[in-house]
Design a protein around this ligand. Structure first.
Ligand SMILES: Cc1ncc(COP(=O)(O)O)c(C=O)c1O
Length: 367
């Protein structure tokens, strides 16, 4: 077995290939949280047909792209800021706000902490408790949101716990933050996978709170991480102007611009994805929780599930090795704050792949 000194991000297939000698193209990644349908036929066709667009600069203002995104979100185009993946926008907003003290609800995606530290600030975690199944305790959060906090960062639904905060709780958090002058960044990278997302997403709240900045992207739901297309939504005009001043011109390339104009209108693909994920989420969650008394699952809301293994013979390291030998890559969660090598995250892939992974886990767990 290899020493797991650090973790593998879902995109680290090259490293896996080198370390394990497995052809990366044969690995099914249950770790990248990317839609298993891959890019839609419509998107493939568009990108192929529009390839000549790379010989021109994209629209510097991305007017049409903003209109299409606004239509998809049912909001106004003035509130949309396109970016080079959500990563650029996370980095940009933290760099602009330069929060001295940031509260991050975690365990969560590590990039927020890194960006806060790069901007010279300090981050602190508000810990989601295992004993509450990593669900947010609103009263307790309220007590921790003191006036000296400059920024609150929420990943909703949260990576890796797959827990979600509904809009009415988000509204309560926004009221508290407004009163205490705390800026709120919500990363909704996985929101489209949530059941009944129209009632969960925070976009409508941008009409009422100018301290809210919501981040989204196409990497996961639209299976296009290589396109590097993300967007932010905010009702704060000063902030939109500030981002506009700092953003490099043409940060989204012409091909991503062309792709963005069609993908958000691809209703068939969107519906098929939602249907597939709902079905597989139920199947994987039910099978995993019934598998063994040594497995504890946490109710998933996104396209992935977190579970804990309480066994003397199996942990996330050994399970990772066993699965990768079968060309399936899972996420060992030991590098997330507050988690250790009992925790594993897997995303929902096509049914036959999910069956194969669960069979493998079952064999390993039940000996
Ligand atoms: C919660 C979360 N936000 C943002 C990102 C990065 O997204 P993008 O590819 O849009 O930069 C990831 C990638 O894993 C993520 O898990």
């Amino acid at each position: 077995m290899l020493e797991h000194k650090d973790d593998f991000h879902g995109s680290d297939l090259m490293r896996i290939e080198e370390l394990y000698g497995i052809n990366k193209d044969e690995i099914v990644s249950f770790s990248a949280n990317v839609n298993p349908l891959g890019i839609s036929p419509l998107l493939k066709k568009t990108v192929a047909e529009e390839i000549d667009c790379i010989s021109s600069y994209p629209d510097r203002e991305y007017r049409e792209l903003k209109q299409v995104i606004a239509g998809y979100l049912n909001t106004s185009e003035e509130k949309i800021i396109p970016g080079n993946g959500s990563t650029e926008l996370i980095s940009m907003i933290i760099d602009i706000k330069k929060p001295g003290k940031t509260l991050i609800i975690g365990p969560t995606y590590s990039e927020y902490e890194r960006e806060v530290s790069l901007s010279g600030g300090k981050s602190y975690y508000y810990q989601l408790r295992e004993k509450s199944d990593f669900k947010l305790d609103m009263e307790d959060l309220n007590d921790n949101l003191r006036n000296d906090v400059d920024m609150l960062i929420i990943c909703n639904p949260n990576n890796p716990t797959s827990t979600v905060i509904n809009r009415s709780d988000l509204r309560t958090i926004m009221d508290i933050c407004k009163e205490r002058d705390i800026f709120v960044m919500v990363d909704e990278t996985y929101i489209e996978f949530v059941h009944d997302r129209e009632r969960t997403e925070g976009i409508p709240l941008t009409d009422y709170y100018n301290n809210l900045f919501i981040i989204r992207g196409v990497s996961k739901f639209f299976a296009a991480p290589g396109l590097r297309l993300g967007y932010a939504v905010t009702g704060n005009r000063d902030l939109i102007r500030e981002v506009g001043k700092r953003m490099n011109p043409w940060t989204i390339n012409s091909l991503a611009e062309a792709a963005g104009k069609v993908m958000f209108k691809d209703r068939d693909y969107i519906e098929e994805t939602v249907k597939l994920i709902e079905k597989e989420r139920k199947y994987v969650a039910e099978r995993l929780s019934a598998m063994s008394a040594t497995i504890k699952t946490y109710e998933p809301s996104a396209n992935f599930i977190l579970f804990r293994i309480d066994s003397e013979s199996v942990n996330a390291d050994t399970l990772f090795d066993r699965c990768i030998m079968q060309k399936m890559m899972i996420r060992n969660c030991c590098t997330f704050p507050f988690l250790d090598n009992r925790y594993v995250r897997i995303c929902f892939m096509k049914h036959e792949d999910n069956v194969r992974l669960l069979d493998c886990i079952e064999r390993e767990i039940n000996g």
